[in-house]
Design a protein around this ligand. Sequence first.
Ligand code: SF4
Ligand code: SF4
Length: 379
Amino acid sequence: MEYLSPMLEVAEAIIEAGGKTLTTCYQCGTCTASCPWGLFTGLKVRDMIRKAQFGYEGFESEDLWKCVTCNTCVSRCPRGVEIIDLISAMRSIMAEMGSIPKSLKTAIASIKSNGNPWAGERASRGDWAKDLDIKEMAPDVEYLYFPCCTLCYDSRVKNVARSVAKLLKAARVDFGILSESEVCCGDPSRSIGDFAQSQDLIASNTKLFKDAGVKKIITSSPHCYYAFKNYYKDLPDVEVYHHSEILAHLLNSSRLTFNKPLDAKVTYHDPCYLGRHSGIYEPPREVLRAIPGVQLSEMERTGEDSLCCGGGGGGAWLEVKKGERFAELRIEEALQTGSSILGVSCPFCILMLEDAVKTLNKEDSIAIKDIAEIAAEGL
Ligand code: SF4
Ligand code: SF4
């Protein structure tokens, strides 16, 4: 075993970069046993943490970039080790040395130049809403709708933002958007390890939200939701909701009703950042159950045990070999329920699961739709 020199400096650097619980780990191995990578090649989380604790060479191996920040290990660790924070801290040390996978570098470079990871032009951030007559956010508007970079720029996923806007309008919700003034929420940069970039984005959006008098935010991405709730320390009084929560509330208060039945069996995939990270399991299901004709069928792995789509923690930008893709496994699980629609509530899940449907040639068997898209069809 070779040592990094001086060894303890590595552990100290990880702690300083946010891995405060590094020394709490007592090496039980529950994390490695519960990590979904165990379904394929494995990810030796316990081993990685041990190497980091002692400053041994190897914590910075390829495995470091495999973690999809699904939170399964964190939720099961008996010592309360914040494993994702440790991994992000290790990534940040590598990122500072410029040592990150090429596809992640591309995403980071695009965020730097364009304010989003998809190489979309700043000026076209609000194009998804052009014909929808949505007002500009102002202090007298109740909600800011923050659709996320993927919804603004991905030609397929844009339909989620459009569906949410149509539903909010149907329920007469007072909301506005900020279009090209907003930038990425900072979650991808942070999970990839570029903490400085994440902080810059947070500062930029924080100023923008303060100037626009934002008091309540509706997000469509659970990653934005989590970022606003946990990383935007200068906006302590701003209320943050995922669109599934708002839609469930509008249905329960009879402000939103459906006219068209949708006769379909639907199964629902819990996104990691909405479920395990944020504890939101029921609202998306309430929305689906409220649509006439929808028969909701659960997969075997559901709720807290949901299998990650593979898109978090930078996974959406990483090349993963066939046979090692969580999304393909998830599609197989969804098909086992006999459902013709797989409902989701996260843009990364849509991208990853739709890719998997295409790779598996199952486009005629199952469609991937956000719960807002399914709901908008029922208007
Ligand atoms: S589950 Fe927690 S205590 Fe056990 S090895 Fe993993 S990080 Fe350490
Ligand atoms: S967060 Fe998920 S992918 Fe990452 S190490 Fe933990 S269980 Fe594995």
